[in-house]
Design a protein around this ligand. Structure first.
Ligand code: NI
Length: 184
């Protein structure tokens, strides 16, 4: 079966605030499985539902897994919320929805996250460093926020320019071969 497509900046759906999940339906369970498939395939260490076009508050993560060490320990968190933040840490972040770019982002060094799992059981984790950064990054996605919204305006606008150029080039390669305005 084909994997779900990861939406990429500047897709407007990435800017929406996602809805709280009241009931975990079979459809949402399927979405969680699909999200994990996409995450491992890319590969990535975290993915939020809006990145695959589903505007609901659910994230998946596996910060342990690497391509070399194939052991997987995925988590799925429904309605994740940060209840405690402490300290600061700067991490060089990237995102599957922000192609070809990484930048330093300042975040809390430690967070306590609460939510539920797919069976409605309470989830709580006290996370630090990479794990804490990942939770904050994924939960940002649920609020329509990308890591490039947390860097300096200058760096952000440089990226936006680069990305627009990239999209123009992609379009020219696959676009119509007949162009107007050339004095024909
Ligand atoms: Ni991301």
């Amino acid at each position: 079966m084909a994997l779900r497509e990861v939406l990429q900046f500047p897709d407007p759906r990435l800017k929406r605030k996602s809805e709280r999940i009241e009931t975990v339906t079979d459809e949402l369970r399927e979405l969680a499985t699909d999200m994990l498939d996409v995450m491992y395939d890319e590969p990535g260490i975290g993915l939020a539902a809006p990145q695959v076009g589903a505007s609901v508050r659910m994230i998946v993560m596996d910060t342990e897994w690497t391509e070399e060490d194939a052991e997987r320990s995925p988590i799925v968190v429904v309605n994740p919320e940060i209840v405690t933040r402490e300290g600061t840490i700067t991490w060089n972040e990237g995102c599957l929805s922000v192609p070809d770019f990484q930048a330093d982002v300042e975040r809390a060094e430690r967070v306590v996250v609460r939510g539920t799992d797919l069976d409605g059981k309470p989830f709580e984790e006290d996370a630090r460093e990479l794990r804490a950064v990942c939770f904050q990054h994924e939960i940002d996605h649920l609020d329509g926020m990308l890591f490039i919204d947390r860097i300096s305006r200058l760096k952000r606008s440089m990226y936006v320019k680069k990305r627009k150029k990239q999209l123009r080039e992609e379009q020219e390669e696959s676009g119509p071969s007949v162009r107007s305005g050339r004095g024909l």
